[in-house]
Unconditional design. Structure first.
Length: 344
């Protein structure tokens, strides 16, 4: 494992996220120090720092995780302190007990770690009931401030990455259909066939990236004050992705069938030219669907607004040596047409 890959992310977090985390931490420190004087408000600062997440919904999840972890950890520490006094080894015992309790209740790793850390800190710094209650109250202050700051200071709406990744998927899917259409009537070298197959396989990770980006966008709208502005936009993107996903599968399958059953005489089949034309029409209609959804990565290149797939393709029976490939291509074309013209 390379060391820098373990400690450095592929890209920086937004500077706004850093500012929000710093503001929440400072506010929690100052308010908790004023409301609960005496000890340094470490619990409040840590809670605020952890609660500020990329979305408001994630902040609430982290807040719940942090609050429950602190409360359970503090209760374990106080109970052990009252039962066993304050020998130094009790800190180790509290950590083990906290981890076992978290395991027994199937707590998330974050909650389990928080239980153990809270129990350790309370026993190390003061295990009296008054101290424990103050630390719980202090944590709740930090949690509330973290949520409020994250909700009020420009909550992020991750629509742009979803639009970008979906547009790239649509553009590449249309290009893959065009490449297959160009290849069908012409003789191909083994290297060209390999290149065609590799390019088609890239569609699957691009589809997964679009799916992840749309899911992140939907997550960012949950409990977000600006959700009403973008909800319909993401709904349309989700609908488009659901239309494109089967076409991705069928395009890869068609390319695979061509790769597996290729021979130099395939271009002489009368049906091949018609199939190639239908593939180009399908590529046009994919671009049109992307254009209508306003996710095209190349808005300056407009596609004709008239759908190109107007009627099912009818062909003469192919020769016996090519009927498997022609039949496979025709069936996938039928399914692609069904997706693009809303037919079953």
């Amino acid at each position: 494992m390379r060391i820098h890959a373990a400690i450095r992310a592929s890209k920086r977090s937004p500077l706004l996220q850093v500012v929000k985390s710093a503001a929440a931490t400072i506010a929690a420190w100052l308010l908790a120090g004023w409301v609960v004087p005496g000890q340094l408000p470490v619990f409040a600062a840590i809670a605020a720092l952890l609660v500020v997440q990329p979305s408001v919904n994630q902040s609430l999840s982290k807040a719940l995780e942090r609050s429950i972890g602190v409360i359970v950890g503090v209760v374990i520490a106080v109970a052990l302190g009252l039962l066993l006094g304050s020998p130094s080894w009790i800190v180790l015992l509290a950590i083990v007990v906290a981890m076992l309790v978290a395991w027994a209740f199937k707590a998330t790793p974050g909650t389990g770690n928080q239980v153990a850390i809270s129990a350790m800190l309370v026993l190390a710094l003061g295990s009296t009931p008054d101290y424990a209650i103050a630390r719980i109250f202090e944590t709740l202050i930090g949690v509330v401030i973290g949520i409020v700051v994250n909700a009020l200071i420009v909550p992020p709406v991750l629509v742009a990455p979803a639009r970008r990744d979906l547009g790239l998927l649509g553009s590449e899917l249309a290009a893959s259909l065009d490449r297959l259409a160009d290849a069908l009537p012409e003789p191909q070298t083994p290297s060209k066939l390999q290149e065609l197959m590799l390019e088609a396989r890239l569609l699957r990770p691009m589809k997964d990236a679009a799916e992840a980006s749309i899911a992140a966008g939907e997550e960012s709208l949950t409990l977000n004050p600006r959700r009403s502005t973008h909800r319909e936009e993401l709904r349309e993107m989700r609908a488009l992705l659901e239309r494109l996903t089967p076409i991705v599968t069928q395009t890869i399958g068609m390319t695979r069938a061509y790769f597996d059953h290729y021979d130099d005489s395939i271009g002489q089949e009368p049906a091949v030219t018609a199939i190639a034309e239908q593939l180009r029409r399908a590529g046009h209609d994919v671009r049109l669907a992307v254009q209508i959804a306003d996710v095209s990565p190349e808005p300056e290149t407009l596609t004709s607004a008239i759908p190109a797939l107007t009627a099912p393709l009818v062909i003469r029976p192919p020769s016996s040596t090519h009927w498997i490939l022609i039949g496979s291509l025709m069936e996938d074309l039928r399914r692609i047409r069904g997706e693009l013209v809303d037919e079953e």
